[in-house]
Ligand binder design. Structure first.
Ligand SMILES: [Zn+2]
Length: 297
């Protein structure tokens, strides 16, 4: 009999629960409304899902929109309203199975390294989620890059506009303030990111100008990240990436020439995430296998 792993993606709206075999194929899925601000109730939801599942799992991987500090295990998440919750330990005690907690961008990147993903077989990659904020994750030497306390990868918080807009992180002028979905809404005069894209598709010239200005901001960040990491892939995920080529083409045409890279270098590295809705679950399951089996070996 094979080994089965639960991969869970806890967002501010939904809790997605999937069971995967060792080849990363999903065999079972359930979706519940998440209960932000109530970690205990969230652990009960997961315990209930495990109990009700027709497949017995041997471990659990969880991705959350926030920072998972190690070794303390404290999870800080604004979206989930978890102010330093030791959720992994809490859940392990409740269900008696090993739990691996991770950041959701790390999980999304791990999913992209599975067969069929945009980073399958790659050694070095940069993953950016362009959503309400900007999340990030790094693959270096074929492994997730974690930093000393597991909090690495906050790619929304390098400064692209010194002295610019004040960011929630405490600095001014962060990339996130200029290249998130919120920034696109600001550049378009308050139109939501998704509507901006729709209007551009319908030939709205003013929205096209806003999208161009936004794409130039994204391109600036991508160039910096390319020079720092020299990745084989720079992957765009998150809500804004659903715009696809209409955004991708504007970003690529905003790449400046004359640095220590060519537009073709970036063109070659640039890609959209290919795993859809199940990326968070699949990646969390993969990270559980990577980390828990190694830990127990
Ligand atoms: Zn910031």
């Amino acid at each position: 009999m094979g080994m089965y792993v639960a991969g869970i993606d806890i967002g501010g709206t939904n809790l997605k629960f999937g069971i995967f075999n060792e080849r990363g194929i999903r065999l079972y899925m359930r979706v519940l409304r998440s209960v932000p601000g109530q970690p205990d109730a969230t652990a009960d939801q997961i315990a209930g899902l495990i109990k009700a599942s027709p497949i017995r799992v041997s471990m659990i991987g969880i991705g959350v929109p926030g920072t998972v500090f190690k070794p303390s295990g404290e999870v800080f998440s604004g979206n989930l309203r978890w102010p330093g919750v030791k959720f992994g330990k809490m859940l392990e005690e409740k269900i008696g199975l090993p739990v691996w907690m991770d950041n959701d961008a790390q999980a999304a990147l791990a999913a992209e390294t599975l067969p069929g993903g945009s980073c399958f077989g790659l050694d070095t990659a940069v993953y950016l989620t362009l959503g309400t904020g900007i999340g990030g994750a790094l693959l270096i030497g074929g492994r997730p890059w974690r930093g000393h306390d597991n909090a690495a990868g906050e790619l929304g918080h390098f400064v692209t506009h010194a002295g610019g807009l004040k960011c929630a992180c405490g600095m001014k002028g962060c990339f996130e303030m200029y290249a998130s979905a919120g920034a696109l809404a600001r550049l378009s005069g308050g139109v939501r990111a998704r509507s901006v894209i729709d209007r551009v598709r319908n030939g709205d010239e003013r929205m096209h100008e806003a999208l161009k200005a936004y794409a130039a901001e994204v391109a600036l960040g991508i160039c910096s990240l390319y020079m720092i990491f020299r990745p084989q892939a720079i992957v765009l995920g998150g809500g804004v990436s659903a715009a696809g080529d209409i955004l991708g083409n504007e970003i690529l045409s905003a790449i400046p020439e004359g640095y220590n890279f060519t537009r073709e270098d970036i063109q070659k590295a640039f890609r959209f995430a290919t795993r859809g809705n199940d990326a968070g679950m699949a990646g969390a399951a993969k990270l559980a296998v990577l980390n828990l089996i190694k830990e127990n070996a």
